[in-house]
Ligand binder design. Structure first.
Ligand code: BGC
Length: 349
């Protein structure tokens, strides 16, 4: 079968290659890969800046935003041939730390977790893949063309859960959320905000292309004149930051009202230094009881929440997030983001 593989930490080594078909172990399903979402982490791995091959190997099969159809499932499992499924990204660390021992591997404390397609386990970027039934989630059949949005939705389901848990430390009745960045994470965070009945605002730099219309179609308000204007108009109780751009991250931290909650979800590149008045920000955060939370990855409860959110969403709206579909053999077309890209998807079969 064909698979998208890479030598981690070496730039420009990504290639679609023939690799042996995977053999399902006891408790595993064999899945026909339908499509794979591509994100910034994949591009970082391809650029040689991140990623780990499985122990004893040079190359890693890329891909963590999966979508496939079950070919074989262990008898007695809740999965059947033909089911639409996604595979979970992270596996608990082997020690395990307290968080992993409690099923909260997204909160792993010792960093020894592994991740499909990212850290020491082959990913889902192949025409066939196997997955443990305990780490697979069934999707509503109507999500056949958009189900690869599940993994980024799990990331925002977790981010929202974290915001709500922090909010619950005191009286909390948020009305408005500002999402910074109208990429897939930002737009899916906005979707979950709308589903919660909040007034949702989205800030991005794009003045044309698909993003403004996609935001409006969600019933949210689009801003593109910078953070000062967006916060003045939206007066956010919550900011979900999904750009990872240093200046936006800092402005988000400095822009909330009293009891503001900022959730950072963007994995930024390092080395972008900006000059800031941390004293003023500290003062505001203390005097306003503000909180800044970092949030990454997702555990099984977030997969369940994301499956529910996607099943409730308008599939035509979800389909608008997928702006390019590239056949596996043309994978080099995914390497560079194009101006109107929201989510780029590799078609595996
Ligand atoms: C993935 C997460 C993962 C993180 C760090 C992100 O792109 O969505 O699941 O934990 O990268 O490796």
């Amino acid at each position: 079968m064909r698979a998208l593989t890479v030598t981690p930490l070496q730039a420009n080594t990504a290639e679609v290659r023939d690799v042996p078909d995977p053999e399902p172990g006891v408790g595993d399903m064999l899945v026909e890969g339908i499509a794979l979402g591509v994100c910034g982490t994949d591009r970082e791995i391809i650029a040689g800046q991140y990623g780990w091959a499985p122990p004893g190997r040079d190359r890693l099969v890329l891909g963590h935003e999966s979508l496939g159809r079950v070919r074989t499932a262990p008898s007695g499992s809740s999965f059947h041939p033909g089911d639409l499924v996604v595979g979970v990204v992270r596996r608990p660390d082997p020690v395990p730390c307290g968080a992993c021992a409690h099923g909260e591997f997204d909160m792993c404390r010792n960093g020894q977790y592994t991740e499909r397609g990212i850290k020491q386990i082959n990913g889902y970027g192949s025409q066939l893949w196997t997955v443990e039934t305990d780490y697979a989630v069934k999707l509503d059949p109507q999500l056949e063309h958009v189900g690869m949005l599940m993994e980024p939705t799990t990331v925002v389901a977790k981010a929202w859960e974290q915001v709500e848990k922090v909010g619950a430390r005191s009286w909390f009745d948020p009305q408005r959320v500002l999402v910074t960045g109208a990429g897939p994470i930002g737009l899916l965070a906005a979707l979950l905000g709308v589903q919660r009945g909040l007034e949702v605002h989205v800030l991005d730099v794009a003045t044309d292309g698909p993003k403004p219309e996609v935001v409006k179609a969600l019933g949210a308000q689009y801003h593109c004149a910078g953070m000062a204007e967006a916060t003045a108009k939206s007066k956010p109780d919550i900011i979900i930051e999904a750009t990872g751009v240093s200046s936006v991250v800092f402005d988000a931290m400095a822009s909330t009202a009293g009891y503001g909650i900022v959730c950072l979800t963007g994995v930024s590149s390092v080395g972008h230094k900006i000059s800031v008045d941390l004293g003023a920000t500290n003062r505001d955060m203390v005097l306003e009881n503000d909180v800044v939370i970092g949030s990454v990855n997702a555990n099984l409860s977030h997969y369940a929440a994301a499956a529910y959110a996607l099943a409730k969403a308008d599939t035509d709206w979800l389909a608008r997030l997928i702006t390019r579909r590239v056949p596996l053999e043309h994978f080099s077309e995914i390497l560079h983001a194009q101006p109107d890209d929201i989510k780029v998807v590799l078609e595996l079969n």
